[in-house]
Design a protein around this ligand. Sequence first.
Ligand code: AMP
Length: 285
Amino acid sequence: MKYLAKNNNESPKRQWSLKDFDVGKPLGKGKFGRVYLAREVRSKYIVALKVIFREQMKKYGIHRQLMREMEIQTSLRHPNILRLYGWFHDAERIFMILEYAHRGELYRELRKNGHLSEKQAATYMLSLTQALAYCHEKDVIHRDIKPENLLLDHEGRLKIGDFGWAVQSRSKRYTMCGTLDYLAPEMVENKGHDFAIDNWTMGILCYEFLYGVPPFEAESQSDTFQRIRKVELNFPSTPRISTEARDLIGRLLVKDSSKRLSLQEIEEHPWIIKNADPSGICNTR
Ligand code: AMP
């Protein structure tokens, strides 16, 4: 890793090309491209190589968004944020050199098990809180925290893996973005949003970790919007979830964004203190 980091950050002139990598098996397919396991030839360091076709970028008009995503992600260094070591391109494709997350999407583990234990959920919540506190300190709002954007490394450590909707800004933003079930009331109502949008999605995520479904899921998009607007929050009787966990969720899913728990208050919440493993290592196997 040092080799990649060093060459990419300390001497920005380092130009990568496909010749620098032995490309291996496909790891997955996203909306805009494919991801492959790859090994940097000189250092033998294993990475994930994300390939995006320019054609696709044009078709979806994502050029600016992708550039912003790459600039933000290369500038971040945190144990719970997937490293983007660099990128390069050829005539048809853009290649992103990413840290390899051995255990793939957290979404898959969540779907496999239906829901997570309180210990797992609290450990992931703590890791995420720390990563988001780091982002917010750098004026980066993530705006699309959800299980599909969270990856796990070989030890089960959570990594925020996608910064597609992130923005670096101190002022209120008005772009409607993110994922339907995770949208905050201020976004649904088009009122302008700030950092507290991520605190809302932490509440949604915690609920989905514990119950297996997001809290405002409904038959139609307009019903979901309606439930979000009214903060129509119900806690099913199964699985049985502790009062402390429900308390944390209830203090994050608050309509008035200034009254939501701060990231520091999440870290200090009794449920987190009692259940989270501060090492961030979570074994779900
Ligand atoms: P994406 O295009 O980012 O949605 O990625 C598509 C799929 O590739 C994901 O669902 C993951 O399973 C896999 N993937 C993406 N990035 C990585 C990575 N850094 N390490 C391991 N697998 C990855």
